[in-house]
Design a protein around this ligand. Sequence first.
Ligand code: TYD
Ligand code: MG
Length: 452
Amino acid sequence: MAKTKTTFFCQNCGTQYAKWLGQCNSCHQWNTIVEEVIQKEEKRSWKQTTNTKRVSNALKINEIPFDKEDKILTKNNELNRVLGGGLVRGSMLLLGGEPGIGKSTLLLQIALTLPKKVLYVSGEESQSQIKMRAERLQNTNTNCLILTETNTQNIFKVIEELTPDVVVIDSIQTLYTEYIEASPGSISQIRETTAELIKFAKETATPVLLIGHITKDGNIAGPKILEHMVDVVLQFEGDRNHTYRILRAIKNRFGSTAEIGIYEMQHTGLREVENPSEILISQKEDNLSGTAIAATLEGVRPLMIEVQALVSTAVYGTPQRSSTGYDIKRLNMLLAVLEKRAGFRLGAKDVFLNIAGGIRVDDPAIDLAVISAILSSNEDIAIPQDFCFAAEIGLAGEIRPVSRVGQRILEAEKLGFHKIFISKFNKVNSSNYTIKIVKITKVEDVFSNLFT
Ligand code: TYD
Ligand code: MG
């Protein structure tokens, strides 16, 4: 019998050690080093029978054959956009997200609509459970094969038999390879099974879509090297109490990471949201104080987003500041700017901020809308519904220009807004637009421009 071999792995970053340590030397986390059983056989591949010895030769870059059609377009336009034009042959994609957010639903939906032979391997659900889900999705691709298996060697046997064009794995944490004795979901298993799948993907030019679980603090479970190994890392996020979901690229070797895809979870699966601005702005009868609309950009797509603020007298000694969908530190900074530069006494007030629709915004162009919503709530004067904002605020209280302002103005115009507030330093020719453009320079001018 072979002797059992063990090594120690940091569960946070995947660094390997010969003996146990209290703290990882590489990522400096405490108590993350765990002993795992490994047993490696030297010679192996994803395909046992292959014995090809191909010598790879270097080519001049302009001699490398290049096929523009090399991407497989899915029927899902939001995913195509995030990927930068479809699935690249031989690429590995990792989709991460909280439990129940809809990862399995998204990939099953894609598998069911792809005009290709797809093998959907699930280690989490039974075939009949997947069938039940597919019934809800009301899509039946007769070319989609469902396999429930967790052993990679068995999966590769099925793959050899069926030769699918695309492989989906739900999820990487349930897979195990026979060559290693650690339990599924451990660092060494995740690393080995991913390595086997990568080898398979590259050798056969088959795209592999992996689902990955995330940990409590939002990182993909398993070693960080998992993210380095794959070509594309996508994150599926959203508030579980809201129906909107956002698909973001964290890493993409074939396209930009600035694009997002927006979906709505319905009882028949995920619906693509093609015109997000219309749904993110709540339709209301009356003018209410404390809301302002920001003209933001996510990737190349303009998004009109509603910011809601509530300012009230603090009940306790220390005022509360809370924010959903917006960085709390940035909110505190904006409040300090308002206090110092514009003389608004907000130090004794509770301030609550919310971005409607349960989405998270990183575009700094939302700052002016945040300040306007706070002022509107503080003074209890509503901002007219046809006003919108696009500018960043600096520490000196200056209103800073934002990128691609023309695109934002056009979107606001298209959605029927009549006035947009931007920075004076954004070069725009007002005569090109029918919407009224108000240019401001300092944060102390916001109030007078809005309410007088
Ligand atoms: P699921 O894809 O199983 O999540 P994950 O794989 O990320 O853990 O999604 C499960 C949730 O989605 C569940 O709470 C129910 C909801 N759902 C719908 O609302 N409509 C549907 O058509 C489907 C299939 C799921
Ligand atoms: Mg799932």
